[in-house]
Design a protein around this ligand. Sequence first.
Ligand SMILES: [Zn+2]
Length: 119
Amino acid sequence: MERTFLECGEKLRGRADQKFCSPQCRSSYNNRENREEAAYFRQVNKILKKNRDILIRLSEGKPTKVKRIKLYENGFRFDFVTHKERNPDGTTTFFCYDRGFEELDEDYVSISAAKKDLL
Ligand SMILES: [Zn+2]
């Protein structure tokens, strides 16, 4: 198979390990990689932020027991959390930044108050 430069697809001429034909080619490749990475972080962050907003909205900022379905209806993504904390009673609180929730049973979750001193 013919080997080509990573960015522009030009045929490889130089050293065997050379990936780019020019500094311009290297930097346009790196810029695009960085852009894609930044876009990915933005996407994940958006989901986490939306999760946090939902937790605040459904609890009005106070500890509250709510139906799990309520969170789903608002677009909550249970698979997107920032971290988790083991409670003394053996339960786990999952966090989206400073807002947490605990799964009580199949139908209910409990939303906890804001917590800022985690890290
Ligand atoms: Zn090139």
